[in-house]
Write a protein that binds this ligand. Structure first.
Ligand code: PMP
Length: 451
């Protein structure tokens, strides 16, 4: 489970931030709308942010921050991008919802299909969680099989069937890699929801082969993140995902790639383009709507068509929200213009940050590494030269040191993810100045915590 931390930014214990916190106490749970924005990650006070532009955000007290969190990665163009806000304005002033099909659905689906060739059919949803739910129902319906494979340390949203083994835990609680203990991440789950979920260590092909052999003809889907992005940033071992795809095909199992985090970011076509994969079903979200809740489940026509006539039922009043879809279209247009200049810029910023941080750690003899895939990267305080799976993360990454470091960064006006298991998000809006401000602050923060 998430454990409470005691960091508290003194600068927020004053002014409007303090006032909002006090007003929220008897209104909102932990002052916000998600535990990840509450005391588990922020100490006593949630951060109350008031506005954002480009790579910068301002809190309720007027303090400015360089933002590396970027709304959990949902704003690849930066905050309040002009082309996106214009598109939102146009949609809002011509009607938000008609309870009909719309032209923008067709246009955005075409745009997605151009970037993600495996998206032979597209169904819009609102969040990553919903897309994963639809994908798993589709996989079960299409194959007539009940079980799904889910990997240790992967997070796929807060739906009961997959809400297990996604938080860091003491290694001794995990059981053996050959038979991981199933650890639900929440109370209140449907008691049988996880009976058909098989948990397997990631980046370990023999473990997956064993799990398949133990459940012949019973597994509907192998569900995987393309980059392990909810345990810092952990990349696949070379060729691993391609092997998972082949193994799935050989056994009549659907290969389902959760691109909620990686879609439109690791490359325009997501992880599947980056690693040369052909998933049967993919889930897209976060960066798609550039800040608006737009997500999708996409995949091979033969499978997706099972949604037809509600054979595999997927409803949703807000599916294909017109305002969100306009924002998404403007977003994809800008992200992919001029031969993907925007994404290339994000990558070069991420590279400069990682080189700078690694250099700093070496120079100051800090036991820390930076792991990166595309514009996603994360610092891990560890004696190891790399972290390649969940168990290594649980056993060898010092999360409390990370939290102390982040707190010091915040005091210097740098907003990084306070959750060690999340990551930095470099975007089109970040500049070289942001990089050098961050590196200077990092040096001060490391000194302040004793290096
Ligand atoms: N899949 C992955 C890989 C995620 O990281 C997340 C959210 N962090 C989700 C699914 C769920 O997405 P949402 O929060 O939009 O429901």
């Amino acid at each position: 489970m998430i454990t409470q931390i005691d960091n508290c930014n003194a600068a927020l214990d004053t002014g409007k931030s303090k006032d909002l916190y006090q007003r929220s106490l008897e209104l909102l749970i932990e002052g916000s709308s998600s535990p990840s924005r509450g005391p588990a990650n922020y100490g006593k006070y949630p951060l109350y942010m008031q506005s954002g532009k480009g790579s910068r955000i301002w809190d309720a007290n007027g303090n400015e921050y360089v933002d590396w969190m970027m709304g959990f990665g949902v704003v690849p163009l930066g905050h309040a991008d002009a082309s996106v806000t214009e598109a939102i304005y146009h949609a809002a002033t011509t009607g938000a919802h008609f309870a009909t099909a719309t032209e923008i659905e067709v246009e955005l689906a075409e745009a997605i299909q151009r970037l993600v060739p495996s998206a032979e059919r597209v169904r819009f949803t609102n969040t990553g969680t919903e897309s994963v739910m639809a994908a798993m129902r589709l996989a079960r319906g299409y194959t007539g099989r009940a079980k799904i494979v889910k990997f240790e340390g992967h997070y796929h949203g807060w739906w009961d069937d997959v809400l297990l083994n996604s938080h860091p835990m003491p290694v001794h609680a995990l059981g053996l890699p050959s038979d991981p203990v199933k650890i639900p991440d929440s109370s209140g789950l449907n008691r049988h929801a996880q009976d058909d979920t098989i948990v397997v260590p990631w980046n370990d092909l023999p473990a997956l082969e064993r799990a398949i052999a133990n459940h012949p003809g019973q597994i509907a889907a192998i569900l995987t993140e393309g980059v392990m992005s909810n345990m810092g940033v952990i990349p696949q071992a070379a060729g691993y995902l391609k092997s998972v795809e082949k193994l799935a095909r050989k056994n009549g199992i659907l290969f389902v790639l959760d691109e909620t985090v990686t879609g439109f970011r690791v490359s325009a076509g997501g992880c599947q383009e980056y690693y040369g994969l052909s998933p049967d079903i993919s889930t897209l979200g976060k960066a798609l709507g550039c800040g608006l809740p737009v997500a999708a489940v996409v995949g091979r026509a033969e499978i997706m068509n099972a949604l037809g006539w509600g054979g595999v039922l997927h409803y949703g009043t807000q599916n294909g929200s017109r305002i969100g879809l306009f924002a998404a279209r403007a977003n994809l247009k800008k992200l992919t213009a001029n031969d993907g200049e925007a994404i290339k810029h994000s990558l070069s910023i991420a590279e400069a940050m990682c080189d700078g941080l690694s250099g700093l750690f070496t120079r100051m003899s800090v036991p820390a590494i930076v792991q990166r895939v595309g514009p996603l990267f994360q610092i891990m305080f560890t004696e190891r030269s790399s972290i390649s799976n969940y168990r290594e993360y649980c056993g060898h990454v010092d999360q409390s040191l990370y939290r102390r470091f982040v707190q010091k960064m915040l005091e210097s006006g740098i907003y990084m993810t306070p959750a060690p298991t999340l990551h930095f998000n470099a975007t089109v809006a970040h500049t070289e100045e942001d990089v050098s401000l961050t590196l200077d602050a990092a040096e001060r923060a490391l000194r302040a915590i004793g290096f």
